[in-house]
Design a protein around this ligand. Structure first.
Ligand code: IPM
Ligand code: MN
Length: 350
């Protein structure tokens, strides 16, 4: 395997702590020469020191990497105030948009022994194992809107959702391919009874593309009804496809019902391969537990399985998944430190 160039943005809070364990797993599974890591200091602390969020020169440099590993961004409460959304829009979303991360993959799996708030476990005996394919570059995340008469009783604010045939078709097609390789069921989540314009586009594309995948069963659920289904019986899902904001919301719930956000991995994929894809845990910087060495690095490590798979190493990806799954099962409810968990998984991989 030739050495792949990976840009690493540990970020803030627990970001660098969990990222170190993710890189440890990558090195353990692929050997010391497989990856060449370049670290970038970005995030809240960097902004507080320098006033920079993501300089254009860095964005340009990042284009040259094979993949990006991101920890988490976000300042501790009480630190020098960061305007709401500055880092989200200026760093995280900027990377997703600039590198055309049209496919945001978020797998969820409930491992044996992992506590879940779901009760009773009506799905006992059936696996909870699904993946949400979230559109990543359109929808309500485009910043397409405005406000007038701000601060007056006559204020008016709009956010307009952008949905293109191109963006919808590629994420829907990607989801069908993934469903075909899994249990052959794809569910579209939307709200086409109310959001008639975007909803009609999504629904039409979903059915049109579906004709090419006759072996995949297709289902449609309104997003609100899907929230009930996710809590009552998440084992009914295989692959879910949805827009950017619905996908954001449903993947937090998906994480919560499958053992918490500490286990939820994600991949931001550039489908054309022109730009580097980015791999990150779904969780944030968790400033309340930062620096204590107690953050669970499992989600960051699982994200490395998505990275390996994306770079064409399905065999190594499976080994990381298997090691994570074995470790989660073995630890039961027991808590280990960040480094201990990283070491336990790396030891299985070595
Ligand atoms: C996520 C996060 C981001 C999102 C925020 C931090 C902009 O919640 O990755 O799910 O909304 O996509
Ligand atoms: Mn989110």
């Amino acid at each position: 395997m030739t050495s792949a160039r990976i840009a690493v943005i540990g970020g803030d809070g627990i970001g660098p702590e969990v990222t170190a364990e993710a890189l440890k797993a990558l090195t353990a599974v692929a050997g010391p020469d497989a990856f060449d890591f370049t670290h970038y200091d970005l995030g809240a602390e960097h902004w507080q020191r320098t006033g920079e969020v993501l300089p254009d020169t860095v964005l340009e440099e990042l284009k040259g990497f094979d993949a990006i590993v991101l920890g988490a961004i976000g300042a501790a409460p009480g630190s020098k105030a960061i305007p709401s959304g500055l880092l989200e829009r200026g760093l995280l979303l900027k990377l997703r948009f600039a590198f055309d991360h049209g496919i945001n993959l978020r797998p969820s799996k409930l491992y044996p022994g992992v506590p879940t708030p779901l009760a009773p476990r009506v799905f006992e005996g059936r696996e909870v194992d699904f993946v949400v394919v979230r559109e990543g570059t359109e929808g309500l995340y485009c910043g397409n809107g405005g406000a007038v008469r701000i601060g007056t009783p006559h204020e008016l604010a709009t956010e307009v959702s952008v949905n293109t045939y191109f963006g919808v078709e590629r994420v829907v097609r990607d989801a069908y391919h993934r469903a075909q390789a899994r249990r052959r069921q794809l569910t579209l989540l939307h709200k086409h009874n109310v959001l008639v314009n975007a909803g009609s586009l999504w629904n039409r594309v979903f059915n049109e593309v579906g004709e090419e995948f006759p072996d995949v069963e297709r289902r449609y659920l309104h997003i609100d009804a899907a929230m009930i289904a996710m809590v009552v019986d998440p084992s009914q899902f295989d692959v879910i496809v949805t827009d950017n904001l619905f996908g954001d919301i449903v993947t937090d719930l998906a994480a919560a019902v499958t053992g918490g956000i500490g286990l939820a991995a994600s991949a931001n994929i550039n489908p054309s391969g022109e730009f580097p894809s980015m791999f990150e845990p779904v969780h944030g910087s968790a400033p309340d537990i930062a620096g204590q060495g107690i953050a669970d690095p499992t989600a960051a490590i699982s994200s490395m399985a998505l990275l390996l798979d994306h770079l064409g190493h399905a065999d190594l990806a499976k080994r990381v998944d298997d090691a994570v799954s074995a470790d989660i099962t073995e630890r039961g409810g027991q808590r280990f430190s960040t480094v201990e968990t990283g070491d336990r998984i790396a030891a299985r991989l070595a």
